[in-house]
Ligand binder design. Sequence first.
Ligand SMILES: [Ca+2]
Length: 291
Amino acid sequence: MMFKSIFGQHCDTENWFCECSALYSGKLCQFSNCEKNPCGNGATCFPKSNQDTVCLCPYGRTGILCHDAINITSPSFSGTDAFGYTSFLAYSAIPNISLYYKFHLKFRLANDNSSLQDNLIFFTGQKGQGLNGDDFLVLGLRNGSVVYSYNLGSGTATIISEPINRTLHVHLVSLGKSLQAGWLKVDDHQNKTVISPGRLVGLNVFSQFYVGGYVEYIPELLPNGSNFKNGFQGCIFDIQVCNGRDLQCKALGIPEGHPNSGRNVGQCDQSPCQLINCRNGGTCVERGSTV
Ligand SMILES: [Ca+2]
């Protein structure tokens, strides 16, 4: 089977690749390269115009040329830019989630309606990207709701939450799967459940675990049902995965809490009130700020 890449090369979908000219890179040659790369520390460089280049910093670096170190405890993501790059974190594939798993996380949206339209929160699949392999697990936002989907190889199961309440600063999501049965709980909404179609019960995913976006964001190369159009816009924090027989919870990554790579990720602005939801009509007041 052949299809035409967006830059005109023909690609064979069985073990295909696109041969890119020197000024382009990426699976579909979709990224423009810088002729002379001024960015430091392995940053992604792309030409913004004939005169200007832009550096997208790797995880842990910031600044115009990515020379400055940044300590990230709560990652903030800036969605997909006009050149097709998402900000993302990639963690080692999570072991022992085939039959049973749970995830817990919190997120805060950028103050922008587009952050709720069609945005990825996390993804893992068989190849991370590509046309082979049906199994995947994805969480995202679409039309104001949280969307949780998985495919165990015999069809996609999806749970769509009630629309989230945008007046909350922080949203809580818990989800899980036990054999074919999935469940999703968002904020104080009722728990929702689904049973995946077909007969298969195991989630067989080998890709890295992507948070906020992908290395190469090509929605048409992702498995059907997992293709959110944009990267996440806002902060995602306190992700816990619970796996194994006893569903023991821990942070993502090997070692724990450490991503393998990332791009264009900042530190979430952590004024304490942005992370607190007062109950019963209360208003959060920050103490100790001096002027
Ligand atoms: Ca499977």
